[in-house]
Design a binder for this molecule. Sequence first.
Ligand code: SAH
Length: 346
Amino acid sequence: MKGIIQDLNYNRICELVADLGEPKFRAKQLFTGLAQGKRISGISVLPKSLKDKLLADFEDCPIEIIQTLTSADGTEKYLFRLADGNVIEGVLMKYKYGNTQCVSTQVGCRMGCKFCASTLGGRVRDLTSGEILSQVLLINALHQQGKERGVTNIVLMGSGEPLDNYDNVVEFLKNVTSPDGINISARNISLSTCGLVDKMYALADEGLPVNLTVSLHSTTDSERARTMPIANKWTIAEILKACENYFDKTGRRYIFEYALIEGENCDERHADELITLLKGKPCHVNLIRLNEVKERSLAAAGEKAAYRFLGLLEKGGLSATLRRRTGADIGGACGQLRVNYLQNKE
Ligand code: SAH
């Protein structure tokens, strides 16, 4: 595989263009074209000689859409192909305030959560910062209307564990929030982790005040370990301390994801334990009804049980919401589009 030019920030594009013996204004043209989601070959203001030089070293198309599913509510799911033939997926959810894109950070995942489809084949490889950024640039260009951005918010909740690909993800966050580029505010970006505590401390010191979301899904370490192997490494108490540190350093309230799994984590006892763990903390609980993955035997809590659990948390004084189900008709839990694609290919 050649290099990924979207890995380079503006300064490095300037160095590259200078090394190729081209005038500085070409760097600006190149960078602007890439930020608009164009391929190198599609930046018409650049002379062919420069494009040929770039294409000798860099991929023209680091990512392309090979399938789009559109829901009645406007949600779009994409299957992307990377330059090396690997596939990843992404989602764009449309809300009144803007469009939220869910991006992937790895091909597959090695965290092994029992409810998640992304982890079925393990981790294939990390994405580079430019491959993560290219997902945003492509979808932004596709949905841009006049001066209005096509993507206003980003969640790092596609396949992969972002903090397991720490350096590339931080580089991506720097580039996507840079005023030189697409310039999406860190406040509009949420990073979701299954709880890699050491990396949560590191992230707090990066000066990138993104929203931190932790996939909790249980109230005790032993129950958590039943569905999330990472619980054998870090305890819930350690996660909570890392969240508090994140709040102290960034001033950002943190969020817990809690997928309601029937018979597993949504009894009255669990609500009580969650309240004891989180009461008085500057956090929010995002309840999700599990998306059932056919390769896994776990079942989603019913709607009634979900609202009951929500009511218990609210009564206990927690800030909590039950996530609206977008794109239910186009189906496919987290990572399933890719799994289906790989199975059909075999
Ligand atoms: N690895 C990161 C981010 C990717 S997953 C993390 O663990 O947070 C994004 C969110 O989707 C996480 O909260 C994850 O637990 C949740 N998730 C995964 N599979 C799911 C499923 N089948 N149903 C509902 N939520 C799921």
